[in-house]
Write a protein that binds this ligand. Sequence first.
Ligand code: MG
Length: 162
Amino acid sequence: MNFRVGTGYDIHRCAEGRKLFLGGVEIPSERGLLGHSDADALLHAICDALLGAAGLGDIGTHYPDSDPRYKDAASILFLEETGRKLKESGYGIVNIDSFIILEDPVLRPHTPRMREAIAAALRISASAVGVKAKTNEGLGEIGRKEGIAAYAVALISREESR
Ligand code: MG
């Protein structure tokens, strides 16, 4: 058995006048996240977990924020391409687990759609994608609603025929 694990983390600053995208889903919110792309911190953390597991570097290497092609890009496209890179490298995704840390809005009603969007982008089952949300109990910058962070873990395996 050839299993490999990877971890990912991301944080983006909250900003007025931006749409909030998390897990490939637009979430109704007064504030969004600042970033070169759509600033989807969860998808960025998941991309990093997958790339790390496969030994393929990190999201900044593949999708640099200095590249004008990625200005306001939908991060779900990064995830789709990351899934293709893993497949080309001979890896299949076993499962992903993740959590988002934010004070508001309440994400629980939206997590099923996030799981579906992530699973569809990676062509895996939604049962292999975990998305959880929790607050920072009012502590620190996340508690002050200055930012939203996300963590992800990915388990991948070498595909049989390789
Ligand atoms: Mg990011």
